[in-house]
Design a protein around this ligand. Structure first.
Ligand code: DX5
Ligand code: ZN
Length: 219
């Protein structure tokens, strides 16, 4: 089944564990963790302390999306904090191949993504090194933005490339996804859905159930 990765960014940090507890027992396997440095994107979120604090209480696969310059500097720190997968931006790495290899060598899964305006074909030469390709369907930096329909062409391109080459790579979509538009991207054959404001800004458990009901249509 398609997997839902609720994005922590839209949770209430004054009651973070309360919000996380509301995601439990509903078939969720992973949590999307957005780290921003105020340089690669015009926003700053959180990092190691929050991740390691929630690690002890939440038995989820930590799907960590790094919107930071030169993430290679911090791979060991994210590993120690409890990340299970690190997704880095194409534009943020001077030596992308070395960065992706360092993530793999640390024992974590490897994800790659790019801003919506970057040519998606530029990422294909790195597909030998990744477990996940993330299609950003908003400009990275903030939750609650509007889905950019032009990014659907990128999802189609990657689905075709992965299938034609028999690759074991998942496609994730992140940004502006809601229960009301998620079918648009599920129709394109994506594997993982990130959703922040549409889950944590609403009835958390009810929204998770609503997504899973929709995913069943694609089994
Ligand atoms: C945006 C982040 C997203 C964000 C998605 O830069 O990468 O993960 O939390 O939030 P929504 O689902 O509200 O667009
Ligand atoms: Zn994200």
């Amino acid at each position: 089944m398609v997997k839902l990765s609720p994005s922590l960014l839209s949770a209430n940090f004054a009651n973070l564990q309360d919000d996380l507890d509301k995601t439990k027992g509903l078939g969720i396997e992973m949590l999307h963790i957005d780290v921003m440095d105020g340089i690669f994107v015009p926003n700053i979120s959180f990092a190691f302390k929050v991740i390691s604090d929630i690690r002890g209480k939440n038995d989820y696969f930590f799907d960590t999306h790094l919107m930071i310059e030169e993430p290679i500097r911090y791979i060991d720190d994210f590993k120690k904090a409890g990340s299970d997968r690190i997704t880095v931006h194409y534009e943020a790495c001077k030596d992308l191949r070395k960065t992706l290899k360092a993530i793999k060598d640390s024992g974590m899964e490897v994800g790659l993504t790019a801003k919506p305006e970057t040519d998606p074909k530029l990422l294909l030469e790195y597909f030998d090194l990744i477990d996940l390709i993330l299609v950003m369907s908003v400009r990275p930096g903030f939750g609650g933005q509007k889905f950019m329909p032009e990014t659907k062409a990128t999802m189609t391109l990657y689905r075709k490339y992965i299938d034609e080459n028999g690759l074991d790579i998942k496609i994730q979509v992140d940004g502006g996804i809601k229960t009301t538009n998620v079918r648009e991207v599920l129709d394109l054959g994506v594997d993982e859905i990130v959703s922040g404001s549409d889950i944590f800004g609403k009835d958390i458990g009810g929204q998770i159930q609503a997504y899973h009901e929709i995913f069943k249509e694609y089994e």
